[in-house]
Design a protein around this ligand. Structure first.
Ligand code: UD1
Ligand code: UDP
Length: 374
């Protein structure tokens, strides 16, 4: 039995790792162990609860207004004891959060090989997204096995000299749809249940990134106010991240405004079904850029760059930044030009076939048979 420990701590990691944890639980030759750092608390617990994943270890590190240094230090210190006690053969981390990087470093210190899920995404701008671009670079350096969602991600790794033990698997976020998307879905969130999706043109909106906390989120909110003034039929539905750095900006600008519905973070099934019922999506989220194409929804990315150019190439995602005038004009184009809308809505999701978890497990088996560090 290979002892595989999955370590994660934030909402997006949980949503993308839980389908893999479920698949590991079903693998007869593997023992699945889960350690959460709880870099996020409520938002992590929501995802764990939805997928029915019960962690074996919980570092419970979240603090209000936590800093990058405190997250890093608490994860490394907390994992030291957990790894010594549990002695996994392989540690899996996901993506680019500070939990991912710090957990990979802690595993390296314990001389335990690391498998990096969602490897090889890059913008080549060290401060955007910040700190994720450097977190994922460092995680690639620390990892032994690299599970890349796309061929482009594989070639990014190759440019850095990482050519061994790289497996193209697709993105596990598509695996999550099997758990969340159901016909006749009824929203768990009361505010979402009250939305008239047939009578209004709903635009799903999220924004939380650190590099947008310095004015970008406020500029986006101003664009929303302008668009709702021009188009009373619009309803922006914005589940607002629990970070005070986000809420202290969004609520004073948008709460109670006509054409705007602010909610607390919603569970993953509500979010996927909200995307499915929206006209289009505006977001600075990484994960939502990968999800919306499956529902054939155009995405306006509220950032200056993306590490996910596949969906831009496919035509379904447009990177527009946060400047108020640009956000308004790009949204106007989608509202007024059916041909433009149709082009963006018809592309195929480039992030895989919904079976990334099985491919990752097969790759782990191959590494075991080939005696690669396991
Ligand atoms: C983190 C990740 C980011 C990811 C995002 C997903 C890092 C550095 N950042 O950013 O890559 O895109 O998660 O959402 O790893 N909070 C709560 N309850 C929660 C979650 C957060 O109260 O369930 C509040 C806390 O006050 C916390 C703050 O939000 O201190 C910020 O959380 P943090 O994880 O540091 O940053 P995010 O912006 O969430
Ligand atoms: N999400 C959710 N509830 C919300 C907002 C987002 O479940 O209220 C999901 C979303 O569908 C996606 C993930 O959270 O799967 C993205 O997380 P986030 O935007 O916080 O982080 P990122 O992907 O940018 O790192």
């Amino acid at each position: 039995m290979l002892k595989v420990m999955s370590v994660f701590g934030t909402r997006p990691e949980a949503i993308k790792m839980c389908p893999l944890v479920k698949a590991l639980e079903g693998a007869e030759d593997m023992e699945s162990i889960v350690c959460v750092t709880a870099q996020h608390r409520e938002m992590l617990d929501s995802a764990l609860g939805y997928f029915g994943v019960k962690p074996d270890f919980d570092l419970n590190i979240m603090k209000r207004g936590q800093t990058l240094s405190s997250i890093t230090a608490d994860v490394i210190m907390g994992l030291e004891g957990v790894l010594a006690e549990s002695k996994p053969d392989l540690v899996l981390v996901h993506g680019d959060t500070t939990t991912s990087f710090a957990a990979a470093l802690a595993a390296f210190y314990a001389k335990i090989p690391v498998g990096h899920v969602e490897a090889g995404l890059r913008t080549y701008d060290r401060y955007s997204p910040y700190p994720e671009e450097i977190n994922r670079n460092l995680t690639s350096k620390l990892a032994t096995l690299h599970f890349a969602p796309t061929e482009l991600n594989r070639s990014n790794l190759a440019r850095e000299g990482i050519t061994e033990n790289v497996f193209v698997t697709g993105n596990t976020v598509l695996d999550a749809f099997r758990y969340t998307v159901k016909p006749g879905y009824v929203f768990a969130d009361e505010k979402l249940r009250s939305v008239d999706f047939d009578g209004r043109k709903v635009i799903a909106l999220t924004a939380h990134r650190r590099e947008n906390q310095n004015g970008g989120i406020a500029d986006i909110c101003r664009a929303v106010l302008e668009l709702t003034k021009r188009h009373p039929e619009l309803l922006f539905v914005y589940p607002v991240h629990l970070s005070p750095a986000v809420r202290d900006v969004v609520f004073p600008l948008l709460d109670g405004k006509p054409g705007v519905l602010l909610t607390d973070p919603v569970d993953v099934a509500d979010m996927h079904n909200l995307i499915a019922k929206s006209f289009f999506v505006m977001t600075d989220s990484g994960g939502i850029q990968e999800e919306a194409p499956s529902f054939h929804k155009p995405v306006l990315v509220l950032r200056t760059e993306t590490e996910r150019p596949e969906a831009v190439a496919a035509g379904t995602v447009r990177v527009i930044g946060t400047e108020t005038g640009r956000v308004v004009s790009e949204a106007e184009a989608l509202l007024s030009d059916p041909a433009e809308y149709g082009k963006m809505a018809s592309a195929k999701n480039p992030y895989g076939d919904g079976h990334a978890s099985e491919k990752i497990i097969d790759a782990i088996r191959k590494a075991m048979n080939d005696k690669i560090a396991l």
